[in-house]
Design a binder for this molecule. Structure first.
Ligand code: SF4
Ligand code: SF4
Length: 113
């Protein structure tokens, strides 16, 4: 079979190059700090203003009264990880983390409150 001369350097390059992928989940890369994964909610900072729920585009963030205090509850089944809730919060009570492994078996199991 005739190998076109122009392709040969590229083929050799691909053979000797280190793979850009890893054998996940056995091998893991560190996600960037800017990755928008599961949010962390700081109850002590929350003033119950409801801006996070008002601005959430997918209704994943809703206000609930828990232990006598109105506070947001996040349902990750609906969340698009846009971070608008964190952006809207005037008290930095919502922090987006780089936690991205959020698979679960049943609907409603991924709740952050
Ligand atoms: S990250 Fe976006 S979609 Fe998810 S709860 Fe916050 S505002 Fe809603
Ligand atoms: S925007 Fe911030 S302070 Fe206001 S209810 Fe949401 S988490 Fe609490």
């Amino acid at each position: 079979m005739k190998v076109p001369g122009k392709m040969l350097p590229k083929i050799i390059g691909f053979i000797v190059r280190k793979p850009v992928t890893v054998l996940y989940p056995k091998q893991r890369l560190t996600p960037p700090e800017t990755l928008r994964g599961k949010m962390k909610f700081h109850l002590d900072r929350c003033i119950s203003c409801g801006l996070c729920a008002r601005d959430c585009p997918s209704a994943a963030c809703t206000m609930h009264e828990i232990d006598g205090k109105k506070r947001p509850v996040f349902d990750l089944d609906y969340c698009t990880f846009c971070a608008q809730c964190a952006e809207s919060c005037p008290k930095d009570a919502i922090e987006m983390t780089s936690e991205f492994e959020l698979a679960h078996y049943k609907k409603g199991e991924a709740i952050v409150k």
